[in-house]
Design a protein around this ligand. Structure first.
Ligand code: GTP
Ligand code: MG
Length: 217
């Protein structure tokens, strides 16, 4: 068969990885999508992405995860990177205090370039290096509460909480969308408009996600 149109999922969600260079973004991505880890991975240049399809609340969700360079000089054009993203995993390294201090900088970048409703999870990566820790879990928790972010410590090396971090983001996104779809349906029925064939506007998420899109990524 020459063509295989990929319609084997209910939702496609774009998630971006951000954070300083060397915090482990690319290894988190390879752990999640291929169950691989590389101790000597090279700095990312430009943009890469990988996908994984999984179940969320009984729906088949395809997560399309974008990864770019933490280093400014290797980064791809920022606005294109964030366009259409409904989730972000903001990574710092628990052994490098500066990468945690820079979380605020990454949040500003998200505010400037991403959708205001984007779901953000902060991840303190390299939790296997507890003996070298320079950021306490408590400090990170306080920041997460202040900035209203979800938070987990992860280890791409030990495959700890990587799955959970993405599952949490995807579930949050799915729940936001379900609530919006339901509200739209209720609004339509209260105005006496026919339910069937009514367009459900998912507000700020329209255009940012696709339900059974016609592209095959
Ligand atoms: N001990 C430990 N090392 C890790 C972990 N995750 C990544 N590393 C190591 O940290 C280094 C940098 O990892 P990358 O995944 O390339 O970092 P990055 O954030 O993608 O960096 P840029 O592409 O430059 O932005 C590599 O040597 C990895 O092996 C982890 O969970 N534990
Ligand atoms: Mg990288």
């Amino acid at each position: 068969m020459a063509y295989k149109v990929d319609h084997e999922y209910d939702y496609l969600f774009k998630i971006v990885l951000i954070g300083d260079s060397g915090v482990g973004k690319s290894n988190i991505l390879s752990r999640f999508t291929r169950n691989e880890f590389c101790l000597e991975s090279k700095s990312t240049i430009g943009v890469e992405f990988a996908t994984r399809t999984l179940q969320v609340e009984g729906k088949t969700v395809k997560a399309q995860i974008w990864d770019t360079a933490g280093q400014e000089r290797y980064r791809a054009i920022t606005s294109a990177y964030y366009r259409g993203a409904v989730g972000a995993l903001l990574v710092y390294d628990i052994t490098k205090r500066q990468t945690f201090e820079n979380v605020q900088r990454w949040l500003r970048e998200l505010r400037d370039h991403a959708d205001s409703n984007i779901v953000i999870m902060m991840a303190g990566n390299k939790s296997d290096l507890n003996h070298l820790r320079s950021v306490t879990e408590q400090d990170a928790q306080l920041l997460a509460e202040k900035e209203e972010l979800a938070f987990l410590e992860t280890s791409a090396l030990e495959a700890l909480n990587v799955e959970k971090a993405f599952q949490t983001i995807l579930l949050d996104i799915y729940q936001i969308i379900s609530r919006k779809a339901l509200a739209a349906q209720e609004a339509a029925s209260s105005t006496g408009l026919p339910g069937q064939g009514t367009t459900i506007n998912v507000g700020d998420y329209s255009g940012n996600l696709s339900r059974r899109p016609c592209c095959s990524n």
